[in-house]
Ligand binder design. Structure first.
Ligand SMILES: [Zn+2]
Length: 489
């Protein structure tokens, strides 16, 4: 038995001011066959990582293709996308014949000229391997589950958790189902329900937690092979943006339809109830200071690099400085030039530094302050679930009583290493501000005595009615009050 695996993925915010080129992939995940490290998967590479570990015990030969992934930002340059895609397709052609293909895709990638990148990849993979080969893909739930993809693949599985701590487990599920299909033990069929809604669904909040736990308990019974709750990625102006439910059963289309319809209707009934409460900056800081334990973790989703934001908005930091709040930490602010200046100045140096607030109008204005360099570290990492995420060179600077982490490679706050790399301990601070939507909860949830979500002036507006969509299929909630959810496959 021969399996091929490769990765190509990023989450494209079509409104982001940051273009994505091959350089962004080189900075993040750019691994040729055989180069993938054994310690942990990188962004979206869990299928290859898991397949490599299991090839010997499950009795198949793995042919490794390239793995390319970039931090979320704007659409990928067309030539660069085609270069990466064609490299993988060339590897697949050379690997033929194969019995199965397992792909690590994000699912919300847009390239210039390609609104549905993953649909394009699956179409070309199918054309290469033919109808008998089993194609499986693992996607992020913040994806666009287009009809094209579901028709072209045999099995698609999304991570269930948000924060995405279950990428390896879900890749294991995918591999199980692909292998069982190849062996003729099962015949997967898929149904897709479209909820016609745009929202956010952290699984750390009680309603979604209970829903996802119930979904997990349904799998493996009554011919149900897999259930994926597709959150959709709101910051993308693409036709098929929507919350959807994908159900895979063993040769039972009616059962797949029934389960997708039931769970889809439940998700529709949860509209407006799955997102946390947001406070404005002043209100959030007051609430944090009034709380009598530490640390209070304050999340800033509007400037989440994980959603394609620059991660250099200064609204909250400026407010903390103006209010002379001490005993606080904040990060990450992406500013490679300021990091360079801090390294030039050296550890312990005091210097006037201009940082943050540079990339776009929604970044706010730069901070000009006399700072002390409290920590410097090269080539840093932070941990996210089972994965390692690069931070580049990092500098910790103290402004008044606030320790700010400046990073060289743009990413969101995920692990505590973001702060500890530069000698700042978030566990002892009164207030810890993290630029992240909900992935921070994997590491910061356990140390936080209280979590507050704040709405800053960053570009990822939580009010989806304010996003200037032009291509998204209508009607869709909350842009439209009346919608027609239903089975679409
Ligand atoms: Zn995601």
């Amino acid at each position: 038995m021969r399996l091929f695996s490769a990765t190509l993925g990023t989450e494209t915010n079509t409104f982001s001011p940051l273009p994505t080129s091959l350089e962004a992939y080189r900075e993040c995940v750019f691994l040729r066959p055989g180069e993938h490290p054994d310690d942990a998967p990188r962004m979206c590479t869990a299928p290859l990582f898991v397949a490599r570990r299991r090839a010997a015990s499950d009795g198949f030969t793995l042919i490794e293709g390239s793995c390319f992934a970039a931090s979320p930002a704007g659409p990928t340059n067309r030539q660069d996308y085609e270069f990466m895609r064609d490299e993988i397709l060339g590897q697949l052609k050379a690997a033929m014949p194969v019995d199965g293909v397992v792909l690590g895709l994000h699912g919300a990638m847009v390239a210039h000229g390609y609104e549905d990148v993953e649909g394009d990849i699956l179409e070309r993979v199918r054309a290469t391997v033919g109808p008998a080969c089993v194609i499986g893909a693992e996607l992020d739930p913040h994806c666009h589950m287009t009809l094209k993809r579901v028709r072209l693949a045999d099995i698609i599985i999304c991570y269930k958790e948000f924060p995405h701590t279950d990428q390896v487990e879900r890749a294991g599920d995918l591999l199980d189902l692909v292998l069982r299909t190849i062996r003729g033990e099962i015949r997967p069929v898929m149904s897709l329900y479209d909820c016609r809604q745009i929202s956010s669904y952290p699984t750390t909040l009680p309603l979604m937690r209970a829903y996802v736990d119930r979904v997990k308990a349904m799998e493996g019974k009554d011919r149900i092979l897999s259930i994926s709750i597709v959150h959709g990625f709101p910051y993308a102006d693409v036709q098929e943006l929507s919350g959807r439910v994908l159900v895979v059963t063993n040769a039972d289309k009616r059962q797949a339809d029934a389960v997708a319809e039931q769970l889809g209707q439940e998700l529709v009934s949860m509209r407006g109830k799955t997102m946390p409460e947001f406070l404005d900056v002043a209100g959030a800081v007051s609430a944090a200071l009034a709380f009598d334990d530490r640390p209070v973790v304050m999340a800033e989703p509007a400037d989440n690099a994980g959603g394609g934001s620059p991660s250099d908005n200064t609204d909250i930091l400026r407010h903390l400085i103006d209010r002379e709040v001490g005993d606080a930490a904040l990060g990450p602010i992406w500013d490679p030039v300021a990091v360079r200046l801090c390294f030039d100045a050296g550890s312990g140096a005091r210097l006037p530094l201009r940082f943050g607030g540079k990339i776009a109008p929604a970044s706010g204005t730069p901070i000009d302050a006399l700072v002390e360099v409290v920590g410097l570290a090269r080539n840093c990492w932070q941990r996210f679930g089972p994965t390692n995420v690069p931070l580049g060179d990092c500098a910790g600077v103290r402004v008044g009583g606030i320790d700010v982490v400046l990073i060289g490679k743009r990413t969101q706050a995920l692990g505590l290493e973001l702060f500890t790399n530069v000698g700042v301990d978030p566990r002892v601070k009164k207030l810890v501000v993290v630029k992240s939507t909900n992935h921070f909860m994997a590491a910061y949830g356990p140390i936080a005595k209280k979590v507050i979500y704040v709405e800053s002036g960053g570009p990822l507006n939580r009010n989806y009615r304010k996003i200037p969509y032009a291509r998204v299929n209508r009607p869709i909630w909350p842009l439209d009050e009346v919608t027609t959810p239903g089975l679409i496959l």
